[in-house]
Design a protein around this ligand. Structure first.
Ligand code: ADP
Length: 448
């Protein structure tokens, strides 16, 4: 089949990102949008636009029937789900395929397996990935949880099998708090995901978050595109990402990359995926796999020169991978800053009208954003309004350029996280690459 009209089932910067890749391939785009996004940039730029419902995501961007109807009406032959929303919904992927529309994503069965973290851990273990010590599958009773916790030693973490975004996750410091925290995690998971299945993991004290980008053709060929270091987090949400990781050498990269690529080849994985690890004292521990394009994918694009969205579209169209493992070269350094419409230090959301907007430019500066002066950021969705991605031949050069680009960037009318990023880039630990997943919260606490 040949994809000639692609429906983008998403909004914001990622909708624009997908539109751009499609147009560069000569593919027409169909934007779908809620009534709150009529004036969004991706809607303006797309060849066709269809309103699929009111602002609430459940009635629009998560409205499967409306999206399928929009694809049918517009004659779209492929759907790209972006990230979030329906991107990791296996049932939606099946429905799309049942309509003879190409699903630009992994095979539904792989989305399903990896979306259940208990099943994902089992699969990862069977494929030879190193795991965080913990329960062998779900735990159903307090006694079971207590036995596992005793075995691996406190503190432990209780996590939701269907979890995401750090929800349904609690640190259990000792036996006396186990019962309360497990039941809290269960009710949180039930409320957020409709599934109260939980499991137990060793709580790692001070790890880094290092994830590998993988890519498969669905026919048993797979490659890795190196790692991203996403240790700078607040409440399990990534704030700034970089590639390569300041702590990995080429040998580590090749060894772990080789393991994950082989695992994906064995699975017959199709499309883009991310295998997330915690890294502590030189050891990797698998935590989960995301079966979609990630927010932070541009840092990988910057150091490899591979357009991941183009590659996704090609593979969904039945084409082979455009690049072989031994052709991938990791060059230079890239950092992405997530820019949110929120108070830079207390993180209160700040939706509203953009009065002035000036994007930074110059060599190796990329801005993925649908912002423009006069645009009103709706209050209904994610607060991320832009991603600034900067490349440099060295990490030091990248940081200098990033500071320069942040200085140039002007967003007025709402508060943004630009001042947070500027402050972070003055910190010796950040400049030295010496930070773990705890660093940012501790720093914010110290700042008061
Ligand atoms: P989610 O899907 O909810 O984002 P993850 O399993 O990806 O959950 O974990 C999110 C973040 O939580 C990780 O990046 C890390 O900061 C922290 N985390 C997860 N598992 C552990 C663990 N075993 N020990 C310490 N921190 C953890």
């Amino acid at each position: 089949m040949t994809i000639s009209r692609l429906l983008i089932a998403n909004r914001g910067e990622i909708a624009l990102r997908i539109h751009r890749a499609a147009h560069e391939m000569g593919i027409e785009t169909v934007a779908v949008h809620s009534t709150a996004d009529t004036d969004a940039m991706h809607v303006r730029l797309a060849d066709h636009a269809i309103c699929i419902g009111p602002p609430a995501a459940k009635d629009s961007y998560l409205n499967q029937a409306a999206i399928i109807s929009a694809a049918e009406i517009s004659g779209a032959d492929a759907i790209h789900p972006g990230y979030g929303f329906l991107s990791e919904n296996a049932q939606f992927a099946e429905i799309v395929e049942a309509h003879d529309i190409a699903w630009i994503g992994p095979k539904p069965e792989h989305i399903r397996t990896m979306g259940d973290k208990v099943a994902a851990k089992k699969t990862a273990g069977a494929l030879g990935l190193p795991l965080v010590p913990g329960s062998d599958g779900a735990v159903y009773t307090t006694e079971e949880a207590a036995r596992v916790a005793e075995e691996i030693g406190y503190p432990v973490l209780v996590k939701a099998a269907s979890g995401g975004g750090g929800r349904g996750m609690k640190v259990i410091p000792s036996r006396d708090q186990l019962e309360t925290l497990v039941s809290q995690a269960k009710s949180e998971a039930k409320a957020a995901f409709g599934d109260d299945t939980v499991y137990i993991e060793k709580y790692l004290g001070n790890p880094r978050h290092i994830e590998f980008q993988v890519f498969g053709d669905g026919n048993g060929n797979a490659i890795h595109l190196g790692e991203r270091d996403c240790s700078l987090q607040r409440r399990h949400q990534k704030v700034l990402e970089e590639a390569p990781s300041p702590v990995l050498g080429q040998e580590d990269r090749e060894r772990m990359g080789g393991i994950v690529a082989k695992a994906m080849a064995e699975m017959g994985y199709r499309g883009a995926g991310t295998i997330e690890f915690l890294w502590e004292n030189g050891e990797f521990y698998f935590i989960e796999m995301n079966t979609r394009l990630q927010v932070e994918h541009p840092v990988t694009e910057a150091i490899t020169g591979v357009d991941l969205v183009r590659e996704q579209i090609r593979v969904a169209d039945g084409k082979p991978l455009s690049i072989k493992q031994d052709e991938i070269e990791f060059k230079g350094h890239a950092i992405e800053c997530r820019i949110n419409a929120e108070d830079p230090f207390n993180f209160a959301p700040s939706p509203g009208k953009i009065t002035t907007y000036h994007a930074p430019g110059g060599m190796h500066v990329r801005v993925d954003s649908g912002l423009y002066a006069g645009y009103s950021i709706p209050p209904y969705y994610d607060s991320m309004i832009a991603k600034l991605i900067v490349y440099g031949r060295t990490r030091e050069g990248c940081i200098m350029r990033l500071k320069r680009a942040l200085d140039e960037m002007v967003v007025e009318g709402v508060k943004t996280s630009i001042p947070l990023h500027c402050a972070l880039l003055e910190e010796p630990d950040i400049l030295n690459g010496d930070y773990s997943i705890k660093w940012l919260e501790e720093w914010l606490e110290k700042r008061g």
